[in-house]
Design a protein around this ligand. Structure first.
Ligand code: 5RP
Length: 237
């Protein structure tokens, strides 16, 4: 991993987490290719990027979105949204993360959009992760791992995680299981230390009923714009 500091905050400024998100969202504009379609993730950090993207919307063709929530925000700002099946490939995908390690592997899915996020990431030549510094970890697993599953497989998958030392719980919305954009449910798994993200993603992806595991190792980030107290750091993996 190499790293460089690309901007400094005003002297004496104490930046809130929200301000750090705004700064990395704006910094991501430098990776958007004029005249092209950009891949857009989901979450509060990406919302800052979408707001910034609106300022250059006439320079791009539009976006492929990873969730209904991002699609709605993009359209409200006048940015055309394309179906993933309409594009061959994307130069760049911009998205947040719940955790990112020093090699660019991530945990994602805190916003329940992990399946579409992985699809758009796979279509893209470069993944630019935007995050504040609280997301940088040595080993993935501090944040509960989201896994989108088919409801009838939830019990068996919960048992399989238990054999790995993980405790899986169905994510709720109110008192009901949260239903994803794909009509499935999410298990949040705690108690894992994911030392080998590639092997872990490979293993869990093969369990019957797993739609998507929220480890992004095959679709890892090439760049991370990290919002820190001393400015936006660019990490290159
Ligand atoms: C959504 C995601 C988000 O990228 C992740 O949860 C980070 O979100 P935020 O920017 O709000 O912290 O994976 O499914």
């Amino acid at each position: 991993m190499t790293n460089s500091l690309t901007s400094l905050p005003d002297s004496n400024a104490v930046l809130s987490q929200d301000e750090l998100k705004t700064r990395v969202g704006q910094a991501a504009l430098q990776y958007v290719v004029p005249g092209e379609i950009v891949g857009v993730g989901t979450g509060s950090t990406v919302n800052k990027f979408i707001d910034a993207l609106a300022s250059i919307k006439h320079q791009i063709k539009g976006a492929v979105s990873s969730s209904s929530a991002s699609t709605e925000r993009l359209k409200a700002l006048g940015i055309p949204v394309f179906d993933a099946n309409e594009v061959e490939a994307l130069s760049v995908y911009i998205d947040g993360a719940d955790e990112i390690d020093v090699q660019g592997h991530m945990i994602k899915g805190g916003g329940a959009a992990l399946t579409r996020e992985k699809i758009v990431a796979a279509l893209s030549c470069k993944f630019v992760c935007i995050a504040d510094e609280s997301k940088l970890v040595q080993v993935l697993g501090k944040f509960a791992l989201p896994v989108e599953v088919i409801p009838m497989a939830a019990k068996r998958i919960t048992q399989q995680f238990a054999t790995l030392g993980g405790q899986a719980r169905v994510r709720l919305q109110g008192d009901q299981p949260l239903v994803t954009d794909n009509g499935q449910i999410i298990l949040d798994v705690t108690g894992l230390q994911i030392a080998d993200p590639l092997a872990f993603e490979s293993q869990v992806s093969q369990w019957p009923g797993v739609v998507t595991v929220g480890v992004f190792a095959f679709q890892k980030a090439q760049i991370c714009l990290l919002g820190t107290a001393s400015g936006v750091k660019t990490l290159t993996f």
